[in-house]
Write a protein that binds this ligand. Structure first.
Ligand SMILES: *Cc1c(COP(=O)(O)O)cnc(C)c1O
Ligand code: SF4
Length: 411
């Protein structure tokens, strides 16, 4: 961001998060010799991902013994190691607690499972009428497209199937998934996820979207993806012009730290937004990554600069081996309080817990209602000042069915 002041004007007083909001390129790092045509090619980025412990040791001399051990064990038992060169370059090699590093480099702690942790914390398999489809809410379904991602997040809630390191052997059957949606007229919303749907080729994705759009009762399609962050090169003009044929199309990205929003990522998100795609963001509250008001405020404001509306902030699911990355609900609430009223309303996500065992997303909010009794509501604002809102100032009337109190009171 350009923070320079004009001559003769006092310098802008940067708030604490200004530095965090600066846009930088991921740079080339260890890949300085690679020609642009390769670097900017998403297939090259995928082929050249960091997937081996030896590569990691070579590229990151400050690798700790815990990380080294974690990387050796990861692929064998849990979730594969993979990091795109683009994303790898965001790691600060000098900082053992680097927020980027913690998200993608395995650690030995991943092998420790607390008694309350699970391999399917949101109870998805139990709500799956056909393989690869989760039907939990009345009018919408989660449609798993693939078990592969451009890079793997160590806290992934779907690590039981994603990357197939634990042998889940996920084989989505699009025919059966589409048939189920077609035969359930109550489904008006499909969320494509995985794994990462944007790893499919343009042709495969186009075919899938066409088949979904051919279902008359389907109103709304959205894609959950971390590709714009891990692999912005994938967001080609071709992909964007294909996607825009399937409106209304929403897309939720997954960003946790403002440093992930590089110039490349901002431009990729801009291409999607220019194609008319509504962009939202989902973040996971992660210990030492983004569990501070300062980092989160910088993240949500920087997302708006990228034309992305912060959608959800998730309390980290109870996925096995994630204790070292999990923050507390109290911390999440403190962060929500630091945002609401203190920054643009559009920048404020909804904090949720995905109820363990399969209850769906439950909103968790700071308490702004102090009391509600006999015709008055006592509320506090973002500064802690207390206000009273009187209700029932008119004599109680019997409302006809379908009329709301509000529509009566305003006439
Ligand atoms: C998150 C989720 C959805 C979408 O929920 P929204 O609140 O509409 O974004 C749908 N199905 C499942 C199983 C989910 O986990
Ligand atoms: S991109 Fe999403 S699905 Fe893939 S590893 Fe990360 S959290 Fe899991």
């Amino acid at each position: 961001m350009d923070n320079a002041s004009s001559p003769g004007q006092p310098p802008l007083l940067p708030d604490a998060s200004t530095a965090l909001k600066q846009f930088r390129s991921s740079g080339r790092g260890a890949w300085a010799q690679v020609p642009d045509s390769d670097w900017n090619d998403w297939r090259w980025q995928l082929k050249n991902r960091v997937t081996q412990v030896e590569q990691l040791t070579r590229l990151l001399p400050s690798l700790t013994p815990e990380e080294r051990a974690g990387a050796i064990l990861a692929g064998q038992s849990k979730l594969a190691l993979a990091i795109t060169p683009h994303f790898f370059n965001l790691i600060d090699p000098e900082d053992p607690d680097c927020p980027i590093r913690r998200q993608v480099i395995p650690r030995l702690e991943e092998t420790e499972t607390a008694p309350w942790e699970m391999s399917d914390p949101c109870g998805e398999d139990g709500h799956s009428p056909v393989p690869g489809l989760v039907h939990r809410y009345p009018d919408r379904v989660l449609f798993l497209v693939t078990d592969r991602c451009a890079a793997y997040c160590r806290y992934c809630t779907r690590s039981r199937l994603v990357s197939n390191a634990s042998g889940y052997d996920f084989h989505p059957e699009f025919d059966r998934q589409i048939e189920y949606i077609a035969s359930h007229p109550e489904i008006r919303d499909v969320l494509l996820s995985g794994g990462d749907p944007l790893l499919l080729s343009d042709d495969k994705l186009e075919h899938l979207l066409s088949r979904l759009r051919a279902i008359p009762h389907l109103e709304f399609v959205r894609i959950g993806t971390r590709i714009p962050i891990f692999l912005p090169q994938r967001i080609t003009p071709n992909l964007c012009s294909m996607l825009k044929r399937f409106h209304p199309l929403f897309l939720s990205v997954h960003t946790n730290h403002p440093r992930e929003l590089t110039t490349e990522v901002r431009d990729a998100l801009g291409r999607l937004a220019d194609a008319g795609i509504q962009l939202g963001n989902q973040s996971v509250l992660l210990r030492h990554v983004n569990d501070s008001p300062e980092v989160m405020k910088a993240l949500v404001q920087k997302l708006l600069l990228c034309r992305v509306k912060p959608y959800y902030l998730y309390q980290c699911d109870l996925i096995a081996g994630s204790a070292h990355l999990r923050s507390t609900v109290a911390r999440g609430l403190e962060i929500m309080e630091s945002l609401r009223g203190h920054t643009t309303g559009y920048a404020v996500p909804q904090f949720v817990i995905d109820a363990p065992g399969g209850g769906g997303k439950v909103p968790i909010n700071p308490e702004y209602t102090l009391a509600r009794q006999s015709g008055r509501v006592l509320i506090r604002n973002f500064e802690g000042r207390v206000f009273e809102y009187p209700e029932g100032t008119r004599p109680a009337v019997q409302l006809p069915r379908g009329e709301s109190r509000a529509s009566f009171d305003r006439d």
